[in-house]
Design a protein around this ligand. Structure first.
Ligand code: DX5
Ligand code: ZN
Length: 225
């Protein structure tokens, strides 16, 4: 499929998580995005492996775990065992990124790399084949409901160019402030995987309508291209 929708459960009603995941599934979501925050790398604290294990029991969708934690290498095995299908680590938290990506792959989990808004992506050039997705943060990580940073469109284009230059097949994912009014520009810049929390779980018409609106915005973009 050309584009992927990855609802972020950061904004879900945790008391009714199973129902929320089922709604995502029936509305055609492609993955479930789980934001792990430690109160150190980012100011907020959220989930650990337990929630990944719980989600695994409630949905067949792949679980896409976004680790916003220091020393992620210490916790990869626990998240893999809990049922993570993809683990994305922050470039800023990995002094030995090459080794950390190898470690993720050895756990039979798809590795992803993500970058804060001010972090350049150039290091990817030397890691071809070691990552399956590149997440360009379109807000500063830590909280849902923030505004998309428009300067990140150029970064998405630069990333697309770099991946083409090295012949990488990795997908570009975007996360933060993704809604109907921002998906089209992110798509045009080269993003193909769209993480959304507020625009799905906080959508006034409900989860299914939120996903539909995002998909429609992407279909219109496709039609224009
Ligand atoms: C932010 C998280 C995001 C967050 C996005 O640090 O990584 O996944 O849930 O939330 P929205 O879609 O509300 O910007
Ligand atoms: Zn995230």
């Amino acid at each position: 499929m050309d584009t992927l929708i990855s609802p972020s459960i950061l904004s879900a009603d945790l008391l009714h998580l199973e129902q929320a995941l089922q709604e995502c599934e029936s509305a055609g979501a492609d993955k479930i995005h789980i934001d792990v925050m430690d109160g150190r790398f980012v100011p907020n604290i959220t989930f650990g492996p337990n929630i990944v294990r719980a989600c695994k029991r409630a949905t067949k969708l792949p679980l896409d775990v976004h680790l916003m934690i220091v020393e992620p290498e210490k916790h990869l095995e626990a998240f893999a065992e809990a049922g993570a299908d993809i683990i994305t680590v922050h470039y800023e938290t990995c002094p030995h990124l090459h080794r950390t990506l190898q470690q993720i792959r050895s756990l039979e989990v798809h590795p992803g790399v993500t970058f804060n808004p001010a972090t350049p992506v150039e290091g990817l050039r030397y890691l071809n084949g070691m990552f399956d997705q590149v997440l360009i943060m379109t807000v500063n990580p830590g909280f849902g409901g923030q505004k998309f940073i428009p300067e990140m469109l150029q970064k998405i284009r630069d990333t697309r160019k770099l991946l083409d230059e090295i012949g990488s097949e990795a997908v570009i994912q975007v996360d933060g402030g993704i809604e109907a009014s921002t998906v089209a520009a992110a798509y045009a810049a080269g993003a193909r995987d769209f993480v959304a929390g507020t625009a799905i779980f906080g959508y006034p018409g409900g989860i299914k309508a939120g996903i539909r609106v995002l998909k429609e915005a992407l279909e219109n973009t496709n039609a224009l291209n």
